[in-house]
Design a binder for this molecule. Structure first.
Ligand code: AMP
Ligand code: MG
Length: 328
């Protein structure tokens, strides 16, 4: 089975071709970027409108003489104007290719494709993207959220801090670079049970910048603080579930220091650490295609007549079945 997939939940518009064995035939993306300030949903949607035809064309070039059997799109969670571009594009392609259409959850796609991109089998999932921060475990047919952010996602926390000290969007990679030259200064540390709270720490760090503390020291310290909070909850999740692996997923998984901290914790506990490779840690359509194939394989669902967007759909709202995974 060959799936054409579309991702358009936030900053990235992506198109991919992936088959049911996990072979990736095409993976094309274009990310909306801004020099200052955060993402403006309508602007991001306009960006997606502008790049989509070019990306579809590039993707279809890789089809050669194969046939598309399924169209998948990300139905949520995400920014409504962006999701609508994805939905509209998916419906147009479905009409053109006359195949079933399947809408999937973006967060679940990150999680299930993590098993495709790494050797993890039954891990505690640490999902840290721009908008999301969750520590999860698959129990039966549902992802259970063991811990999560009570306010903003880890990536957004880093971006918000970056905005406050004059770095552009996305700020995560710039913070990682500056942190290499920084020293530790104390910031608040807010773990509440199994949940995390980031906003207050971001505000405090921006205040300290206004009082003359260097960007480098603040970048280093905010990374050490926020990442330690995440590692603490992840360690407790391993203890509670008895699982022996951690799988790091989402755009913030690109951060080498975060990987190092989680790896040290895992090794201390005799567990294995996996991180989704850099190429697939951020938003892309390959994962949407993989989740589309998984769901289609066990449900034979066609969403065409009721296709919609779900900007607030939660990871634990959806039932999934991983038994049909057959990666080679
Ligand atoms: P996603 O929403 O999964 O595409 O991830 C995007 C988020 O990842 C943004 O908030 C980025 O700032 C963040 N990010 C990307 N690269 C890094 C990095 N090297 N370190 C920290 N955060 C990063
Ligand atoms: Mg994402």
């Amino acid at each position: 089975m060959l799936c054409f997939a579309i991702e358009a939940t936030a900053h990235t518009f992506g198109c991919a071709l992936i088959d049911s064995r996990g072979n990736i035939l095409a993976d094309n993306r274009d990310m909306y970027k801004k020099e200052d300030g955060g993402i403006i949903p309508l602007e991001a949607a306009k960006h997606h409108e502008n790049v989509k035809n070019k990306l579809i064309e590039e993707t279809l070039k890789n089809l050669s003489n194969k046939k598309i059997n399924l169209i998948a799109y990300s139905r949520g969670p995400g920014l409504a104007p962006c999701l609508l571009v994805g939905l509209k594009t998916a419906k147009e392609l479905t009409k053109e290719f006359k195949v079933p259409l399947i809408g999937v959850n973006h967060a679940i796609s990150h999680l299930t494709s993590g098993l495709l991109f790494t050797k993890a089998k039954d891990p505690v999932y640490v999902y840290v993207s721009g908008a999301n921060t969750q520590i999860l475990s698959l129990e039966g047919k549902r992802f259970r959220i063991i811990g999560e952010t009570e306010d903003i996602g880890l990536g957004n926390a880093l971006d918000k801090f970056g905005r406050g000290i004059g770095l552009g969007f996305p700020a995560g990679p710039k913070i990682e670079e500056l942190a290499k030259k920084g020293r530790y200064i104390e910031l608040q540390y807010t773990v509440k049970g199994m949940d995390l709270v980031f906003s207050g720490i971001v505000t405090q760090a921006i205040q300290k910048f206004k009082h003359g503390i260097s960007k480098e020291d603040l970048c280093y310290s905010i990374q050490e603080t926020l990442f330690s909070m995440l590692v603490e909850v992840t360690e407790r999740a391993l203890a509670h579930t008895g699982k022996k692996e951690v799988l790091l997923i989402g755009g913030v998984a690109a951060n080498k220091r975060l990987c190092e901290m989680l790896k040290i914790m895992c090794e201390d506990r005799g567990c294995r650490f996996h991180a989704v490779p850099l190429k697939y840690s951020g938003d892309q359509a390959v994962m949407i295609g993989w989740e589309g194939i998984l769901e289609y394989s066990f449900e034979k669902r066609n969403d065409f007549d009721k296709a919609n967007i779900y900007p607030y759909e939660r990871t634990d709202d959806v039932e999934i079945d991983l038994t049909s995974i057959s990666k080679e």
